[in-house]
Design a protein around this ligand. Structure first.
Ligand SMILES: *Cc1c(COP(=O)(O)O)cnc(C)c1O
Length: 408
């Protein structure tokens, strides 16, 4: 029997707790307010900057983007990204058929209509399906590409296809923080996912790399888009001047500030205090995930009853969860397997089920007729999701692996 919880979030470092307590004692939790005596200081950053502004700068330093805006969720980040690109009511937006419901929801929130793209056996967007959808929707201007569960698609090819068809790319990096694209570029910021698009969106919800319960980031190198996103997130009057990770030219803001709605999606200082010390831990966390991820694959690979697809060439799959697809199972056999593993404390979820928020057939708010995504439907019906929390040890992994093999 395995007794640890599969739902354990990444720990909040002591520094973050101390920062948060200092802020609460002071009371200035609003992102444009600033507190003098926060214990976690950073000599490279101006001492009169707010926690959120400092976090945005530290975040940019990590991802290699010029500008970042902290918001209350990744869903909000994607919504603002589409608004910044000028989406109009009823516009079509390409996105993955296999992703989390927050992605099509952000499209609907922005007034758009999702156009789904099939996924491959590697759980990434299918280029043939993408080409077919572009052909069927020649006016389509936007694509939110989701790196679902950290599986990275053929980014160079996708970008080429988008450029050729005047499609503006947004990357959903909710699971992409720190993910490498071209592994030859390891350690090189160019190799970090989130640089093929005009805007990359990140999440710090509790099940992601950075944990603040809720939170998100918009990252871009584009001056105009950055100015729009800063204003839309909730910067009014001259508050944009308080941002560190912003374009320097005030004119960019002054020129549009009365045209941009304030959507009040700001992150607050308390969340930023919890996050800032975690940014320095990202690479350490990736290394910890990597050991366990590789070990569980090694253990499960001996079974012919499941497929753990290799990552797309040039990418690596290292994550806080493992996906594998059951081979030669029918509905009843699949249910027996899940129940057997659960009875011994190993929690596995199937993506394609009645309740699952990652099954496109459940996104009824986004279509009148269920889209014909036959390959995706087939794949998610037999694809398992196994969380591998940071706090698990290699011994835990051995035990989980043995229970899964037994249950198969
Ligand atoms: C979690 C998640 C999101 C949404 O993040 P929130 O911050 O909860 O809005 C978007 N896309 C994917 C793939 C996710 O897993």
């Amino acid at each position: 029997m395995f007794t640890k919880s599969f739902d354990t979030p990444n720990p909040i470092p002591q520094k973050a707790i101390d920062n948060a307590v200092a802020l609460m004692k002071h009371g200035m939790l609003y992102r444009y307010g600033h507190v003098d005596d926060v214990p976690e200081s950073d000599n490279d950053l101006p001492s009169d900057a707010s926690e959120v502004s400092k976090l945005e700068q530290v975040f940019c330093d990590y991802t290699g983007h010029q500008y970042a805006v902290a918001v209350n969720s990744c869903g909000s980040a994607m919504f603002i990204a589409l608004k910044a690109m000028g989406i109009k009511q009823g516009d079509n937006v390409l996105t993955n058929a296999f992703t989390f419901t927050a992605v099509p929801s952000s499209i609907v929130h922005a007034g758009g209509v999702p156009v789904y793209v099939e996924c491959t056996r590697q759980y990434v967007v299918d280029l043939q399906s993408l080409s077919a959808q572009i052909e069927a929707n020649p006016d389509i201007e936007y694509f939110i590409l989701s790196h679902m569960r950290g599986h990275v698609a053929e980014l160079d090819k996708i970008k080429t296809l988008c450029d050729k068809n005047n499609i503006r790319l947004i990357e959903d990096c909710a699971h992409g923080l720190g993910k490498r694209w071209n592994t030859d570029n390891h350690g090189n910021k160019e190799g970090v996912v989130g640089h093929h698009c005009e805007i990359a969106c990140y999440s710090s919800q509790s099940h992601k790399m950075l944990n603040s319960g809720e939170g998100g980031f918009i990252a871009t190198n584009d001056d105009q888009l950055a100015a729009y996103c800063i204003l839309a997130a909730g910067s009014y009057e001259q508050l944009y001047k308080k941002h560190l990770a912003r374009p320097a030219d005030d004119q960019l803001f002054e020129a549009i500030k009365f045209q941009v709605p304030n959507f009040s999606l700001r992150m607050n200082n308390l969340i930023a205090a919890v996050l800032r010390p975690q940014v320095a831990l990202i690479d350490e966390r990736i290394a910890s995930y990597k050991d366990k991820y590789e070990r569980i694959i090694e253990i499960l690979s001996v079974s012919a009853k499941l497929d753990i697809p290799a990552p797309v060439e040039g990418t690596e799959n290292v994550g806080d969860s493992l996906q594998f697809t059951l081979l030669g199972f029918d509905q009843a056999k699949k249910e027996r397997f899940i129940a057997k593993a659960a009875a011994r404390g190993v929690v596995i979820q199937i993506f394609g089920t009645l309740e699952n928020a990652r099954d496109f057939r459940n996104w009824k708010y986004s279509f009148e007729e269920v889209p014909a995504m036959h390959n995706t439907a087939e794949i998610i019906s037999y694809t398992c999701d196994l969380r591998l929390p940071l706090t698990f040890t290699l011994e835990d992994i051995e035990q989980i692996g043995a229970i899964i093999l037994d249950s198969l």
